[in-house]
Ligand binder design. Structure first.
Ligand code: ADP
Length: 250
């Protein structure tokens, strides 16, 4: 397991809603090219953590750095997105009336960095990128299908593909396999695993399905009451008495 140095630092972050600490002194480091899974019971703070990284929620204290140069707490949501931090929400939000190809085209056009230079030559590059993303996501055969007729799994992969159009450096993925068949889950495991790596993306997956987490994660972070309860391999954390208590107790 080769490590390439951190890409994301969350340090001593706390955020309260009406005096309730949804995130409580959270520390998290994600390495460049890493595939990390975040698990934790409902209310553990997983969504709030993603909201903080993407600039949707501002913490009361602490710091969040992207690489060593970018202080994310000093940046707006669009500025953070333009650094290459992409987020996929649980429900797919593809444009159902447009084809798969058109959805990917639109995802590229939505990139403010590309728009001013959209020349004929750029368009060729966009087309090449779409072909790459179609291949990566296994959607080549569906390119001319309206997104509305895709299976649930295919819609999720298309939405991941839309994020990939902008060549992100960090992908935050919320419950990707909720509602998927076994086969779709296997394909999603392959896809997410193939996306992570040096020179590719770092991928952070929040997921409830433990079988799925076990199938993809090298490192699992367990959140509980807004902070890290345990971190390590799936085997390590699942044997941790603190983790067992949180999941089985109550
Ligand atoms: P998870 O995603 O792990 O289920 P959340 O981050 O959604 O957890 O929520 C953490 C805690 O913070 C929960 O107790 C939730 O009720 C609370 N919370 C989250 N967002 C808000 C908000 N905007 N206002 C008030 N409470 C919130």
């Amino acid at each position: 397991d080769v490590r390439h140095g951190p890409i994301l630092y969350v340090e001593d972050v706390t955020v309260s809603f009406d005096g309730f600490k949804a995130i409580n002194d959270l520390n998290l480091t994600i390495d460049d090219g890493e595939l990390r899974c975040i698990i934790g019971p409902n209310g553990a703070g997983k969504t709030t953590m993603m909201d903080i990284i993407t600039g949707k929620t501002r913490p009361d204290s602490g710091s969040v750095w992207f690489g060593s140069r970018h202080d994310l707490l000093a940046m707006s949501e669009p500025e953070i997105a333009s650094l290459g931090i992409g987020r996929k929400f649980q429900k797919p939000t593809v444009f159902e009336a447009l084809t798969v190809f058109e959805n990917l085209e639109l995802a590229m056009a939505a990139d403010k960095r590309i728009l001013p230079t959209l020349t004929a030559r750029m368009t060729g590059e966009v087309r090449d990128r779409i072909e790459e993303v179609l291949a990566t996501t296994g959607l080549v055969a569906t390119r001319h299908h309206p997104a509305g007729i895709l299976s649930h799994g295919q819609k999720q992969w298309l939405e991941i593909g839309m994020l990939l159009m902008q060549r992100p450096r960090l992908l935050l993925v919320d419950e990707p396999v909720a509602g998927m068949t076994e086969q779709e889950m296997e394909r999603t495991a392959e896809l997410l695993t193939s996306l992570a790596g040096k020179g590719k993306q770092s991928v952070v997956v929040v997921e409830h399905d433990m079988g799925f987490v076990r199938s993809i994660a090298r490192t699992v972070t367990v959140l509980h009451q807004g902070s890290v309860l345990a971190e390590g391999s799936m085997d390590q954390v699942s044997r941790d008495p603190k983790v067992v208590e949180v999941y089985l107790g109550a």
